[in-house]
Ligand binder design. Structure first.
Ligand SMILES: [Zn+2]
Length: 396
């Protein structure tokens, strides 16, 4: 009896993801402050946006003019330009893919938020004219940090980790528990994707070590308990920036637009930052980007507020179940409490922080104006909810 031939089983094709898809056109507003990911929740669209931001950065003339790590003058040739080579695009895309897969499906701390922070980081660096003074490898490292700054976030705060005696709190001795975890995982994914080797081959051992310093500082700098300390750092770091760095945009560039704003490093004068100064400045930039929701249009602001309220509320339920202490604002999920919480956060933390940024970069005053506009929107909503509440109390 003849046996049926065995089906041919082919080994799985090794599929290298693409950095950007030829079938997906990025949004027109991608390289402006108007852009926000609040209405994009498909991971393939978000990964494509990440690819476009990295591609733009690698093709950026400002970025390429930033000089070598540790150099003190601008240089048009840069060893990091090797990274822009298409042969490395697959490795970078693999890294982005891995990072996306390691973000959890939390209401707020998810890949959508990470892409927003990456976007704001790039736009801030570009628009503030810091790019020509920062070694390009550091810009690359900063974008890696921004993308990974919340990777594998469990959807609860450091305080919850500490009070629940979690494994992570034990591992990191209650010290910036989540940020240390995000940082550790970033380096694991850099290794797994092969991007660490590409970086090592491109910038050398010392260059890689300096990039590692940037990534660690930027991710640990997103710990909100270090907020006030970081604002003082920003003042100190920007004091080192020559006045020209805060120059007005090139004639013809829109207030929100960086597309035509391509000043070159030599014209701006001043030297490239050394490692220490760059690290100080870059960690501030990522923290600013992490708190940039309030500078967006109100629809996006409202979306992200709803999401963070939801995440806090879920945490408060877990705290209740475990008998852990809980902050009162986390338990409140009604619209009036959301307005009150947002107003408190915007007035006490976000507005003063961005006023500090605009003092250094006066041509970006529209960011502070946007926050003030959003405060007025929340105040109007608060009034409406209070009014409705009063009518409700009178009726019943
Ligand atoms: Zn974040």
């Amino acid at each position: 009896m003849s046996r049926a031939p065995s089906p041919i089983v082919l080994p799985p094709a090794k599929r290298i993801p693409k950095l950007v898809s030829e079938y997906l056109t990025p949004p027109d507003t991608l390289f402006t402050f108007e852009f926000d990911t609040y209405d994009i929740d498909e991971s393939f669209l978000l990964k494509n946006i990440v690819g476009h931001i990295f591609l733009r950065m690698m093709q950026d003339t400002d970025w390429r003019g930033g000089g070598e790590i540790g150099s003190t003058s601008s240089s048009s040739s840069s060893n990091i330009c090797g990274l822009a080579s298409p042969e490395h695009h697959g490795t970078l895309a693999t890294f982005i893919h891995l990072v996306c897969n390691h973000y959890r499906n939390n209401p707020y701390h998810n890949f959508q938020h990470a892409v927003n922070v990456l976007h704001s980081t790039y736009i801030l660096l570009h628009r503030a004219h810091y790019l020509p003074r920062i070694p390009p490898a550091f810009v690359f490292a900063t974008l890696i940090a921004a993308l990974c700054h919340d990777v594998d976030h469990p959807g609860n705060t450091n305080s919850y980790e500490i009070h629940s005696n979690s494994a992570l709190a034990m591992l990191y001795n209650d010290n910036s528990v989540l940020e240390n975890h995000h940082c550790h995982l970033t380096f694991t994914l850099l290794e797994q994707s092969g991007l660490k080797n590409v970086l090592l081959n491109t910038v050398g051992v010392d260059g890689y070590r300096a990039c590692r310093q940037v990534i660690i500082a930027c991710i640990l700098g997103t710990d909100m308990s270090k907020h006030s300390e970081l604002l003082r750092t920003f003042e100190a770091a920007t004091a080192l920036v020559p006045a020209a760095a805060a120059a007005a945009p090139a004639v013809g560039a829109g207030a929100n637009d960086i597309r035509d704003d391509s000043d070159d490093g030599e014209e701006k004068g001043g030297s490239v930052f050394g490692t220490e100064e760059a690290v100080l400045l870059l960690k501030c930039v990522v923290h600013f980007a992490d708190l940039s929701n309030g500078t967006k249009h109100f629809e996006a602001v409202h979306f992200w507020s709803t999401k963070i309220s939801e995440e806090f509320w879920i945490q408060s339920l877990h705290e209740e179940q475990l008998g852990l202490p809980s902050l009162s604002f986390m338990k409140a999920r009604d619209p009036l409490s959301m307005c009150v919480n947002e107003l408190m956060f915007l007035r006490n933390h976000v507005l003063p922080m961005w006023e500090g940024w605009v003092r250094k970069c006066p041509d970006m005053h529209f960011l502070v104006e946007a926050i003030q506009r959003n405060i007025r929107e929340w105040e109007a909503l608060e009034q409406d909810y209070r009014h409705t509440h009063e009518i409700h109390s009178l009726t019943f």
